[in-house]
Design a protein around this ligand. Sequence first.
Ligand code: NAD
Ligand code: MG
Length: 397
Amino acid sequence: MTLSVTVLGATGSIGVSTLDVLARHPERYRVFAITAARNTARLIEQILMFSPRFAVLIDEAGAAEVRAGLPADHPTQILVGEQALVEVAEHPDVDVVMAAIVGAAGLLPTLAAARSGKRVLLANKESLVMAGPLFMQSVRDGGATLLPIDSEHNAIFQSLPANYAGNFADSGVRHLLLTASGGPFRGWPAEKLQAVTPAQAVAHPNWAMGRKISVDSATLMNKGLELIEACFLFNCVPDQVKVVVHPQSVIHSLVQYRDGSVVAELGQPDMRTPIACGLSWPERIEAGVADLDLFSVATLNFEPADEQTFPCLALARQAFVAGGTMPAVLNAANEIAVEAFLAEQIAFTAISEVVAATMQQHEPRTADSLDAILQADREARVIARTLVAERSTIKES
Ligand code: NAD
Ligand code: MG
């Protein structure tokens, strides 16, 4: 049987890797829909290559560009807007949804995929951070199969027992070990971070990724978001997730068991591995990834994270413990701060300041409805924008 796949965020780093894996297995997978925000040239190439039933853009300008770039009789239907993203995620003809939109923009379609019982390949960690309990409940209610694509969580998923039912004690699990590369500024003193540029921050040592997650890796907010992601996915608390800086990114994360066993997944730092794993689980398919050569790796190093110099990890832990709407607030403030840093409006070190100050101004409320979460997200963005303006290094003329 051929599975029908929607790729949300097809033009991004994860989207392109997903289509690369899908193209290797035309007998197993058919591309049903692809979506993009701005990179219309790449989307046109993808439409010509895969002839999906639908392609979705977020605005009319993008859709017009794509229509103009296709032959008049091309069969792919071009749709526009947030509701169209939801439609291609929950369409009855879809079996698998790759959730690879970046940020809060991915929440609605990813949630729709969960509610409609798809196999959900979750790269968009922000949606789980924002709406963890609601999202996990939607997965259960919809009968969806949730497979983590974030390399660490995919490694933990592979290292847990196949019948893991959300309870550490029942499975003999003591704790999780979440590995972190440490990002491009690992080992740097705090003073030096003040002046780092966006170009330096997005130059990740091991992984080629989108700009937002690359900055998150540099601030360690990515590890903070992943800590929250792990707590929701595997039903545990931050004390049960130990962060280990491992600069080679060969071990993608580990599970410590009661009997002393530690089970890990290792491999090349190539996202096609977790993507292929999620697509074909429990089978294994070719991903185009070279075998791991341990002799060329030779050495594996481990060190603790420097939470003083990189405060975002501790902020994320605090947000999870505060609970309710606080993780959504952490995420929203971070999105605003990262955007401002990438626009060279604030210093790198102001990112964690903006997140911390936004959290301080928020009284967490219950996050049991989508409205409550979206409301907190909007409020946090307003606060964070004010804090960004206060710290702006761009002089008013
Ligand atoms: P990216 O910036 O390369 O791609 C993002 C995609 O989302 C693009 O297709 C873009 O057009 C689309 N998009 C952006 N804004 C949008 C909006 N407002 N509405 C609809 N679509 C929009 O990002 P990426 O690196 O591929 O990351 C995607 C997600 O996967 C993120 O949540 C990231 O944290 C997660 N992730 C990425 C990696 C990686 O190696 N790149 C690893 C683990 C997790
Ligand atoms: Mg990761």
